[in-house]
Design a protein around this ligand. Structure first.
Ligand code: FCB
Length: 471
């Protein structure tokens, strides 16, 4: 099937241009789908607290029930098998494993993930757990949260517990999901849990998340030197709005704060000097200890890239009040983000597949070699259930097709792209947007919990089937 194109896209033809062993996946995160927030000894996380705070979530909803995946995971794995997924990226809820964020693990919490992993393996689907997709145990936030160095050590202990429980059946580990969001939306703009608005806390958090990643790599590799451990960052293509030197500098700064602030320590073992200069004005940097960078730059088995859109930025020319989101960019109050000109998703994010190619090729060109996986990519659209019960979403299939095409373009430029995970398997709790944004391949009726694969799910299953069958 070809979506909205005259000529067949290489993604939709019978030839297989993807490398052997390419992972065809979909992704979710614990708090967005599991529900069952009080089950089997789970403790509260910062997202439980935040979502129950008046005004924090656009539609006033919480993740208390979400997709009830905790109770329905076997059905959901069956859906994945029907789609033909070869890998499933999910996250483990820290507060299920350590309800207070420290101390002995909760066996019932670990058992849930054992059952899930066994179910996946039983269906021939490779489990890709992420250890941290934003649900910090609330007691650790009470003790200071990510701005405190000790939280990184707590994370390494937690990682060791999970690895001890699941290391016999999971080969590939991802430490963090999108440290930018944890640090800068959680502690800078306050749009995400724990909802703090403190640029210094945000900058400290970014470093402690990196340190947490490095310490967790160490902890896992101490237990199993051949464990494959990587991490996932959200990257953006960044362009200046005009050719003016001021806009070029704005693009350099936003690229620094969004991308290089994580890529350089992970892959080069140092922070970019220009970014340190840009943020030190606002913060001071005594939380970065000299040996930390060695820990952070431990070799990565893979780098996960979450890609959604491009930023077009300009030096601001007006002095009006700044939008809340500016708190997410410490020291960049004089930079404006342009409204997208072209098509957007329901999130208002510009649809820009070329930005994905650019991002992957840039990683290949500018950084030491590391296997790359697109661990999230997808689109929210206002899906409607038709009178016949079907959900027809050609625009989502088209979005995925374009971005798979962007991966192929990157591969043809030499970028080692080894897999692609659609965000998301299911419609789910989209953080501060609540249930108002639907990203799923599979529609979820939140009243009945009925799952309906959308047209895009059938299309994706078809693409996977053809690529897996062809030599
Ligand atoms: C990413 C998050 C994921 C989801 C998508 C839309 O930033 O990792 O949980 O919210 O955006």
């Amino acid at each position: 099937m070809t979506i909205g194109r005259e000529k067949p896209h290489p993604v939709s033809t019978t030839e297989n241009p993807f490398p052997v062993g390419f992972r065809w996946g979909a992704a979710t995160a614990a708090y967005q789908i599991e529900g069952a927030v009080d089950a089997d000894g789970r403790g509260p996380s910062i997202w439980d607290t935040f979502s129950h705070t008046r005004g924090a979530i656009a539609d006033g909803s919480t993740g208390d029930i979400a997709c009830d995946h905790y109770n329905r995971f076997r059905d959901d794995v069956r859906l994945m098998a029907e789609l033909g997924l070869t890998a499933y990226r999910f996250s483990i809820a820290w507060p299920r494993v350590q309800p207070t964020g420290r101390g002995a693990p909760n066996p019932a919490g670990l058992d849930f993930y054992r059952r899930l992993v066994d179910e996946l393996l039983g269906h021939g689907i490779e489990p890709w757990p992420t250890l941290y997709h934003w649900d910090l145990p609330q007691p650790l936030e009470h003790d200071g949260g990510w701005p405190e160095r000790d939280t990184a050590q707590r994370f390494a202990d937690y990682a060791a517990h999970v690895h001890h429980a699941l290391g016999d059946r999971v080969d590939r580990w991802t430490t963090l999901n999108e440290p930018w969001c944890s640090a800068f939306l959680g502690y800078g703009s306050g749009e995400h849990a724990p909802g703090r608005r403190d640029p210094i806390a945000a900058v400290r958090s970014a470093h402690h998340l990196m340190l947490a990643h490095g310490l967790a790599c160490q902890a896992i590799r101490e237990a199993n030197p051949s464990a494959e451990v990587g991490t996932t960052v959200n990257l953006y293509a960044v362009s200046p709005a005009t050719t003016s030197p001021a806009d070029a500098d704005a693009a350099r700064r936003i690229d620094g704060l969004a991308n290089r602030i994580f890529l350089d320590p992970l892959l080069r073992g140092r922070y970019p000097a220009d970014v340190l200069d840009d943020i030190s004005v606002a913060t001071g940097l005594d939380h970065i200890h000299p040996d930390d960078l060695v820990t952070i730059a431990a070799p990565l088995a893979h780098l996960g890239v979450n890609y959604y859109s491009r930023y077009v930025v300009a030096r601001s020319h007006h002095d009006g009040p700044l939008p809340l989101s500016h708190g997410a960019w410490p020291g960049a109050d004089d930079i404006q983000f342009a409204e997208p000109h072209g098509p957007t998703t329901d999130m208002g994010w510009a649809i820009d597949p070329a930005g994905l190619t650019e991002t992957l090729v840039r990683l290949h060109r500018d950084y030491p070699a590391v296997p790359l996986y697109v661990t999230e990519n997808g689109a929210a659209f206002d899906d409607i259930v038709g009178p016949d019960g079907r959900v027809d979403d050609p625009q989502r299939a088209r979005y995925i097709e374009q971005h798979l095409g962007a991966c192929l373009d990157a591969i043809s430029h030499g970028a080692p792209v080894r897999g692609y995970f659609v965000w998301s398997l299911l419609d789910n709790f989209e953080w501060a947007h609540g249930y108002s944004q639907r990203f799923g391949l599979v529609h979820v009726d939140y009243t009945t919990q009925r799952r309906t694969p959308k047209t895009s799910a059938h299309w994706y299953a078809d693409v996977i089937r053809r690529h897996r069958l062809s030599p």
